[in-house]
Design a protein. Structure first.
Ligand SMILES: [Zn+2]
Length: 354
């Protein structure tokens, strides 16, 4: 008996303690300051550019750091500056609509969201913010549904029904929860939520063929909970197939070099290049592309087989107040956030015309 249990314990340890061969490359998939502090002593950086951070493990690494590291084939991940040509003919209708984007109303909504003491998912203030966002979506004539992944923690899905191909969906999303620092979370991610509202506002009277869906996600900071929950619902019902494009916005307010990072997985790399053309055609933005998606609400939809992309501020110059109380509205560049709004609006309208 004794002998058997020692063998089974040994086998169990072999299976649970994943041993990686020397030279295995890992992608860092968390930027929480706490996580970075935890794994940094045990890894050697191989490459770090923008949102792509590749490392090797040092000997004697503790198993628990593996939760924030993803083994990758280096050929499958990359980061590069990319400036695609403008479209030969830019749409005057799109130019007309993107010209209506107002940086000031984005600023007002960032301030409104940062005025909630804490937007930590499930907190009383988070629920007040949910109610406020719902009120705004309803005032824009959108059809709003709540998706609660647990009691008191709900995401909002607001639809502007399409006129001719309403069963197909083009989705814009961003999380409104924060890590809970007092009166903060302006860049992460009141900025993305405010751009979501501004796009919905500007496109209020637009004649979209497909359904435009505005998804204000919750629980992102606790592990993409709202996005995972909703993606699973769509997968279980089969509706995920109807989502022809999804655009995530997370941290789109802190920037001074005019660069936006476009992140997705290799199977959607052409989508990122297409966004680069949109940026050249309708905005003043320059683009960088990261292949190897991680760390925000675009991941569940990429895994669900939806053509999905994250638009995020140039990560190499991201806010120094990441997940800190100093992440305040006064630190943001609202003209930059307005350019992100123009880019994603142009993407929704161009895709809808196809
Ligand atoms: Zn975020």
């Amino acid at each position: 008996m004794f002998k058997l249990s020692v063998v089974s314990i040994f086998l169990f340890l072999c299976f649970s303690l994943k041993a990686y061969s020397q030279g295995q490359i890992f992608q860092v998939i968390s930027s929480h300051p706490h996580d970075v502090k935890e794994f940094s002593p045990f890894v050697k950086t191989v490459r770090q550019e923008g949102r792509l951070w590749l490392v090797e493990l040092k000997p004697n690494y503790p198993q628990h750091i593996l939760k924030n590291l993803r083994p990758v084939n280096p050929a499958e991940v990359r980061h590069y500056q990319f400036a695609n040509e403008k479209f030969s003919i830019a749409s005057s209708t799109i130019q007309d609509y993107v010209a209506r984007v107002d940086a000031h109303s984005i600023k007002e909504d960032v301030e409104m969201l940062a005025n909630f003491k804490s937007r930590q998912a499930g907190s009383a203030d988070n629920q007040k913010a949910t109610a406020k966002l719902k009120e705004i979506f309803v005032s824009l004539g959108l059809e709003v549904k709540e998706f609660c992944y647990r009691a008191g923690a709900c995401s909002l899905v607001a639809d502007k029904k399409g006129e001719s191909k309403s069963d197909e969906v083009i989705m814009l999303l961003g999380h409104f929860d924060s890590v809970g620092k007092n009166f903060a979370g302006a860049d992460d991610n009141a900025s993305g939520t405010a751009v979501l509202l501004e796009v919905a506002r500007v496109l209020k009277d637009y004649g979209n063929k497909r359904t435009f869906r505005y998804f204000a996600t919750n629980g992102e900071e606790n592990g993409l909970l709202g996005a995972e929950h909703y993606a699973r619902q769509l997968i279980n019902s089969g509706e995920i197939k109807k989502v022809v494009l999804a655009i995530n916005m997370d941290m789109v307010g802190y920037n001074s070099n005019g660069i936006v990072e476009l992140e997705t997985d290799s199977k959607y790399e052409d989508l990122a290049k297409w966004f680069s053309s949109l940026a050249s055609s309708y905005t003043s933005l320059k683009t960088k592309i990261t292949i190897g998606a991680w760390g925000s609400d675009h991941v569940p939809f990429i895994n669900g087989g939806v053509p999905t992309l994250l638009t995020i501020e140039d990560w190499s110059t991201k806010t120094p107040c990441y997940h800190m109380e100093c992440d305040k509205p006064s630190t943001l560049n609202y003209n930059y956030a307005a350019q992100i709004a123009k880019l994603n609006m142009a993407a929704m309208m161009t895709r809808d015309d196809q």
